[in-house]
Design a binder for this molecule. Structure first.
Ligand code: SF4
Length: 212
């Protein structure tokens, strides 16, 4: 990301953070993954159970590794869990002190937009964990919900289908075909706007491009 693009998107992130505050969500902007880790350490210092949803951003930023290294026995990582235990682990996420995720898109009106195939990630974002920490690159910012859907149809879902080796039209064409394929990863379409539980949702923007 060039310095000019970074500055432009950082300005945009400030607007999103102000909109998040109006929606009772807390926004942060940090420059690097290491700064994000310092902030996270402060936000989770009293936690007894930490979990996460599937996220390329958490892997790319090193935050998933940071949690595994520093919160042994407290952070339960499904990527290190035997496959047969994953469904129980997903249900346990509802009792977590902190649930880490990214978001597929975030609008300038301070809305989180996510599409989920299994539903466990969006379900835990909506209800259960005491706090949800959303880590996002500036590339996740979009103008509005139409742009959010377009981002999903042309970037996030095709890329995820390729990564997960799903046999779907978008994995071949790079564009959603509104498929009903057995491999489809698009079942639940969730907009999270104004929250009743103030600052339960915390969004940490890291000033670069991460995930998709
Ligand atoms: S509905 Fe099907 S084609 Fe469209 S993005 Fe989802 S998996 Fe791809």
């Amino acid at each position: 990301m060039t310095q000019a693009i970074k500055q432009s998107l950082t300005n945009r992130a400030q607007k999103v953070i102000a909109a998040l505050e109006k929606n009772n969500m807390k926004g942060y902007l940090v420059d690097t993954p290491d700064e994000a880790k310092k902030l996270i350490a402060e936000l989770i210092k009293d936690d007894k159970l930490i979990m996460s949803g599937g996220s390329m951003t958490l892997a790319e930023t090193g935050i998933q590794a940071f949690l595994n290294e520093n919160y042994k026995g407290i952070y339960l990582d499904r990527d290190t869990c035997p496959p047969e235990e994953i469904p129980a682990l997903m249900r346990r996420a509802f009792c977590a002190d902190t649930y880490f995720v990214s978001t597929n898109a975030i609008t300038e009106d301070g809305e989180l937009y996510n599409i989920d195939g299994n539903g466990n990630r969006v379900a835990a974002m909506i209800f259960g964990p005491k706090q949800v920490i959303v880590v996002a690159g500036l590339n996740k910012i979009v103008t509005d919900l139409d742009a959010a859907r377009d981002r999903l149809d042309t970037i996030a879902s095709p890329a995820n289908c390729i990564r997960l080796k799903r046999n779907t039209p978008c994995a071949v064409t790079g564009h959603c075909a509104k498929c009903k394929s057995p491999d489809c990863i698009c079942s639940d379409f969730v907009v999270m706007g104004h929250q009743r539980d103030k600052d339960r949702i915390k969004v940490i923007f890291i000033a670069d491009e991460y995930g998709y």
